[in-house]
Design a protein around this ligand. Structure first.
Ligand SMILES: [Zn+2]
Length: 383
């Protein structure tokens, strides 16, 4: 007999035993034995029956546990504290991006399957030393002091509010939790955090980014047992100049980016390949759609990643290449991100998705839903 079938028979047998025996004992009024004043049985019989009832409850508990093992959940690492990074009402990178995404996920058909996880407080794990592996100490200190002084800007479009230092560290912690989660389960997870990070350079933040979440997460992952190579796939519409600069001469980290070009921040030419050929840049012309993206994935991105053979894939998941995005002029649909996700899952299920850009709330939220839906899809088919 096939082991799965045998397991099903066993579960069915256990279930019917539990139902039959519980009904039998309830018929005898056994539940009353727990109260000696109303028990129709003597003290000794009552004790044995109580033990039997406890055993049955345990049996039923272990039965439902084994069933719940089959219910697939998808982890979303999120905290309302991320809303406290205040960039001002008119800034495109604002809290509403997260609340719109959370709302869409809660209304999705698969909402019951989401497991919402609060990121570890940054003080409770070694977040700062990891940030300092990537960023210069005077910059990190300057962000802390700026926040402490009430806030200000670190470049023309990157703001630090009084809470931003702590929120940015919590965002890094969430990305590190994402790494832990995926390495533990071998299944994907989504880090719904802000501020984003892929423009942040070692010595200064820029382009709405304070700390380089993806690069820090990649370095952290490499410190974990058995992790030799980590790849970062950045499908944000902007080139992740910060991530690229940080990993440029790191042979254990590959960086792949699709981005609109020419466009902000101006880096990401196809000729930029990294010190170890560990970087792949795919500039996309304004107006590009899935018709341009799909061949790029199938003919360049996936073969490059397959060759690199990462132990973990980190996706810098920005959704500003959507047609409705106000900041760029590519023309993807939210569902296209579901396809990109499926293509990546064909390579590995060990994927940490972390939010970067995406400034049309509706398109952003629909894209996040599409990514999560794709992650749940193959598992549903498998069960
Ligand atoms: Zn972007």
């Amino acid at each position: 007999m096939h082991p799965d079938l045998a397991e099903s028979y066993l579960l069915a047998l256990r279930f019917f035993m539990v139902v039959f025996l519980e009904s039998f004992f309830q018929g005898l009024g056994v539940s009353a034995t727990l109260n000696p004043y109303t028990s129709p049985f003597g003290e000794v019989e009552g004790f044995y029956l109580a033990v039997a009832l406890f055993g049955l409850r345990y049996l039923r508990f272990s039965y439902s546990e084994s069933c719940e093992g089959d219910v697939v959940t998808f982890p979303i690492i999120y905290s309302e504290e991320f809303l406290q990074h205040d960039t001002g009402r008119l800034h495109p990178e604002k809290a509403g991006r997260l609340t719109a995404s959370v709302e869409a996920l809660r209304q999705a058909a698969f909402a019951e399957q989401l497991s919402w996880q609060t990121p570890t407080a940054w003080q409770e794990r070694e977040v700062l030393p990891w940030v300092l592996r990537v960023h210069r100490q005077p910059y990190v200190e300057a962000v802390r002091r700026l926040a402490e002084a009430g806030g200000g800007r670190i470049d023309s479009d990157t703001f630090v509010s009084s809470q931003s230092y702590e929120v940015a560290l919590l965002a890094v912690s969430a990305w590190l939790d994402g790494v832990d989660q995926v390495l533990r389960s071998g299944e994907p997870a989504f880090v719904l955090a802000r501020p984003p990070g892929h423009h942040a350079l070692p010595e200064i933040g820029m382009g709405f980014c304070i700390f380089a979440n993806a690069a820090v997460a990649a370095l952290y992952a490499l410190s974990q047992p058995g992790i030799q190579r980590v790849a970062i796939l950045d499908w944000d519409v902007h080139h992740g100049n910060g991530t690229q600069e940080i990993v440029w001469d790191m042979p254990q980290i590959a960086y792949v980016s699709t981005h609109q070009a020419p466009f902000y921040p101006g880096t990401g030419q196809a000729e930029e390949r990294g010190a170890h050929n560990n970087i792949l840049n795919l500039p996309m012309a304004s107006g590009s759609t899935l018709a341009e993206y799909q061949p790029a994935f199938e003919q360049k991105i996936l073969p490059f990643l397959r060759e690199f053979s990462p132990d973990l894939l980190i996706v810098s998941a920005g959704f500003d290449a959507n047609r409705d995005d106000p900041l760029a002029s590519l023309a993807l649909q939210p569902s296209d991100y579901g396809l990109f996700t499926e293509l990546c899952l064909g390579l590995t299920r060990k994927i940490v998705f972390g939010l970067e850009g995406g400034y049309d709330f509706r398109a952003l939220a629909q894209s996040v839903v599409a990514v999560v839906e794709s992650c749940l899809q193959p598992i549903k088919q498998r069960v």
